[in-house]
Design a protein around this ligand. Structure first.
Ligand code: PMV
Length: 318
């Protein structure tokens, strides 16, 4: 019996979220610890969809998951398989709506799974465009950073309208990710900044400008391997994100705990107002200790990972 699989990893925004919507650069990292898998099999009758959140005919998928149905239908059209009888199963360990790219990774896993099932390769651009259908439905006007990062195997500098650039990382570093357990809503967070910008353009544009400067410096700092300055830049970015109004009490709490426990820097990651924080650790042992302390302080889940230069990165295409 024919069966195919597609996968995609989650993502972490290191710095530059929100400012990226206004054309500033941002830096994002693939986060392979968490990923989404899509299994595509033959079925009889209509397209069956199976996931933790909904199992049933695709055409009756709940409104909040409609973006995935649009993405599946467009992909089948692209593959010339509009009439296919399929069972599409989604398995993911990426917490939903925490700024870790669950929706982008899910969409990318589905597009890859369908393309593999029909043994019809799609270009990189096509894969991302199809995946972004779901993102556009969920977010309104996403910058595209999530889709680019779940697609990339290496850290990237992303700027709207440009090809993402692979980043050079001189010195490996350990990053802790801690979940506040609160659902964040990217669309609302992005809209709240837009509304604030209308009221007080000078103030908001200044924060966005500073976030852009911090991101550009982060790129240089990663290249130079200066981890203490990297920590400072994460702290400075958190100040501006607070200024933009996208931090909240649970985020501030975890950020403070991380800093009190010796993190070199800490900030929210993703849209904010819920979701996760990241903290820069001194080393692997420190990262593991930070995870423990953050859980004791209320984080629902924590992870840590080593960010390093991939030897294949230098030959990375596109
Ligand atoms: O959806 P999240 O939490 O991964 O945030 C995406 C990053 C934003 O800059 C807030 C929005 C965007 O479209 O870039």
């Amino acid at each position: 019996e024919k069966r195919a699989v597609g996968t995609a990893h989650s993502k972490i925004i290191l710095i530059g979220e929100h400012a990226v919507v206004y054309g500033e650069p941002a830096i994002a990292l693939p986060f392979p610890t968490l990923s989404a898998t899509c299994i595509v099999e033959h079925s009889y009758g209509k397209i069956l969809f199976e996931s933790e959140k909904y199992t049933g005919p695709l055409e009756r998928i709940p409104e909040r998951m409609k973006g995935l149905a649009l993405c599946i239908n467009e992909t089948l059209l692209e593959l010339g398989q509009k009439q296919a009888n399929l069972k599409i199963t989604l398995i993911s360990n990426i917490p939903i709506a925490r700024g870790l790219g669950s929706s982008a990774a899910t969409a990318m896993a589905i597009v890859r799974g369908l393309s593999n099932y029909f043994a019809t390769p799609l270009t990189k651009t096509k894969l991302k465009t199809l995946g972004n259908i779901a993102e556009k439905y969920a977010h309104g006007n996403p910058s595209g950073i999530d889709m680019e990062t779940v697609f990339s195997d290496v850290p990237i500098l992303f700027q709207k309208g440009f090809m993402p650039k692979p980043l050079f990382i001189q010195k490996p570093f350990y990053l802790v990710v801690a979940d506040t357990g609160e659902i964040r809503n990217t669309k609302l967070a992005v809209a709240s900044i837009l509304a604030k910008r209308k009221q007080d353009p000078k103030h908001i544009e200044h924060s966005i400008h500073l976030l852009g400067l911090y991101t550009r410096e982060t790129k240089d700092v990663l290249m130079a391997g200066d981890l203490s300055r990297l920590g400072e830049l994460l702290n400075l970015a958190q100040i501006e994100l607070k200024n933009l109004g996208v931090s909240d009490e649970p985020i501030d709490h975890l950020v403070n705990v991380a800093k009190n426990e010796g993190a070199l820097g800490a900030k929210l990651t993703g849209a904010g107002r819920g979701g996760c924080i990241i903290a820069l650790a001194e080393n692997g042992d420190h990262a593991s200790m930070l995870c423990k302390r953050l859980r004791e302080a209320g984080a629902t889940e924590t992870w840590f990972f080593k960010v390093e230069q991939d030897s294949e990165q230098l030959s990375c295409e596109e």
